[in-house]
Design a protein around this ligand. Structure first.
Ligand SMILES: Cc1cc2nc3c(=O)[nH]c(=O)nc-3n(C[C@H](O)[C@H](O)[C@H](O)COP(=O)(O)OP(=O)(O)OC[C@H]3O[C@@H](n4cnc5c(N)ncnc54)[C@H](O)[C@@H]3O)c2cc1C
Length: 446
């Protein structure tokens, strides 16, 4: 039946319905849930998407857009629906001296490779660049420069969106702002981003990266807070890493430069307790730094962990509560709770540059990202980890925290309603206007 509906259409891409061809769209990086779609559109053009959406709407087939499927708990899956896969739409258009227009299916990796040819870079890059532009703009896009520039969704000039009626709509802060702000961080609930225009800035040539390993979480947090206030580093992150039978707390900070000038290393290290025998300084090209996770990915592919379940928990905590949250989370935490290569990201972000309404953050001028990157050996362990994520989330909410809902924290529609808070009404209005029939499944309570 479904194959008949779509087989009549003349498309640049293809619609596949055979279970073997659609299986990948029932999976994601999280590897915890698997919702089979009826069909997958491998979109070959904007016209394909414009053609297919009204047909899906006329046949009551729900539609979910998909980038590179790095979600943690089925965010890009469509049970008995149509997945619109954008990963063949990867062209980079209109690269100027301060902006770029890019197809939503392009990876950040391919975008950066192109902009660097002109000596330019997006302001915020996620740690891993294998995600799609449309995928991170539908979520938020946090990175080590977010303390300065906000998240990726705070750095968007305009979007081209196909809405449920099959129309292509250009939107920006001044043109159809309701649609623009419903798409950024909106997890594809009001349409499909097909292109984005992003601001660019001059890319540094090189990066001096400093890793300092502290014995306590308090030492890490104190130094991170001071560094955030001072603005000493261009890039500011941190990690909680297993040491075998315990944990170590790593500051990960970097300063950009372009030769012949170089960073003042003494000033960078001042009062951070750097110890040459324990800590590390690396000097990298900007590209090497931006793609620093590639080596880890190759390692995880070799151990099989890249393809195992990843029940990740991404949370944002108020600055005033981070010590309390960290001590609750670390109390009795064992490496087995995180998996063989598991770790926790922890770093502060100033909220001054945040402006995306649907990117929900705790109150205050600083928030802490806490990302529990768990690796499960099997599905039973994965289920345990998902349950543990939910406990972390409940603890975070009790402390005024929020989730960054890309990972594997089970979220009911009531959780979405709480998550969206005062912004639910605005999203609901945009949804009523641009997707009144809920072609794109509504996540929050009606
Ligand atoms: C190894 C790894 C590292 C990561 N590091 C970071 C990080 O440093 N910072 C960070 O912020 N996140 C990070 N993430 C999370 C990641 O950025 C998000 O999960 C992102 O949404 C994934 O992009 P994707 O292309 O895989 O999207 P998908 O998983 O395919 O989709 C994500 C969501 O966006 C919707 N969507 C996708 N494309 C579109 C579109 N074109 N139009 C409308 N809606 C769309 C989907 O329906 C879904 O709801 C990481 C994830 C992994 C696996």
């Amino acid at each position: 039946m479904t194959s008949n509906i779509f087989s009549q259409l003349r498309l640049d891409g293809t619609v596949v319905t055979e279970p073997a061809a659609t299986a990948y769209a029932a999976a994601d990086f999280g590897g915890v849930v698997g919702n089979r779609p009826l069909a997958v559109l491998r979109a070959g053009s904007i016209t394909d998407i414009r053609t297919v959406l009204p047909v899906a709407a006329a046949n009551d087939i729900p539609v979910v857009p998909r980038g590179h499927g790095h979600s943690g708990l089925g965010q890009a899956q469509a049970l008995d629906g149509l997945v619109v896969d954008l990963t063949d739409m990867v062209e980079i258009h209109d690269l100027t001296e301060d902006s770029v227009t890019v197809d939503a299916g392009a990876t950040w990796n391919s975008l950066l490779a192109r902009t660097l040819q002109q000596g330019l870079t997006p302001r915020v890059l996620t740690d891993y660049l294998g995600t799609s532009v449309g995928g991170t703009l539908s979520a938020g896009g946090i990175g080590g420069t977010s303390h300065r520039y906000g998240v990726q969704t705070d750095n968007v000039i305009s979007l081209d969106v196909v809405t449920a009626d099959g129309l292509l709509r250009h939107c920006s802060p001044t043109e159809r702002p309701d649609l623009f702000y419903a798409m950024l961080g909106g997890f594809g609930q009001c349409g499909i981003i097909v292109r984005a225009t992003l601001p660019l800035m001059a890319a540094p040539e090189r990066v001096r990266r400093i890793k300092i390993y502290y014995p306590t979480i308090e030492a890490l947090i104190t130094n991170q807070r001071n560094l955030l206030a001072e603005g000493r580093f261009d890039f500011l992150q941190g990690e909680i890493l297993p040491t075998g039978d315990d944990w170590v707390f790593m500051l990960d900070a970097a300063s950009n430069y372009s030769p012949p000038g170089g960073p003042d290393e003494r000033a960078l290290l001042s009062e951070l307790g750097f110890t040459a025998s324990r800590d590390k300084i690396e000097d990298l090209s900007y590209w090497e730094f931006a793609t620093r996770l590639d080596e880890t990915v190759t390692y995880l592919e070799s151990t099989g962990e890249w393809h195992a379940p990843h029940p990740w928990a991404n949370l944002l905590l108020p600055d005033a509560k981070i010590e309390s949250f960290a001590s609750k989370v670390m109390d009795g935490l064992e490496q087995a709770d995180m998996g063989a290569s598991g770790l926790i990201l922890i770093y502060p972000i100033s909220t001054a540059a945040f402006s995306t309404p649907l990117f929900r953050v705790p109150r205050g001028s600083t928030v802490y990202l806490v990302a529990g990157l768990r690796f499960a050996a099997d599905t039973m362990k994965a289920d345990e980890m998902v349950a543990a994520n939910r406990r972390w989330y409940d603890t975070a909410v009790g402390l005024g925290g929020t989730s960054y809902p890309t990972g594997a924290i089970p979220f009911t529609s009531a959780d979405w309603t709480r998550h969206l808070g005062t912004k639910q009404e605005t999203l609901a209005e945009a949804k009523d206007r641009h997707d009144p029939l809920n072609l794109f499944p509504r996540r929050f309570a009606q």
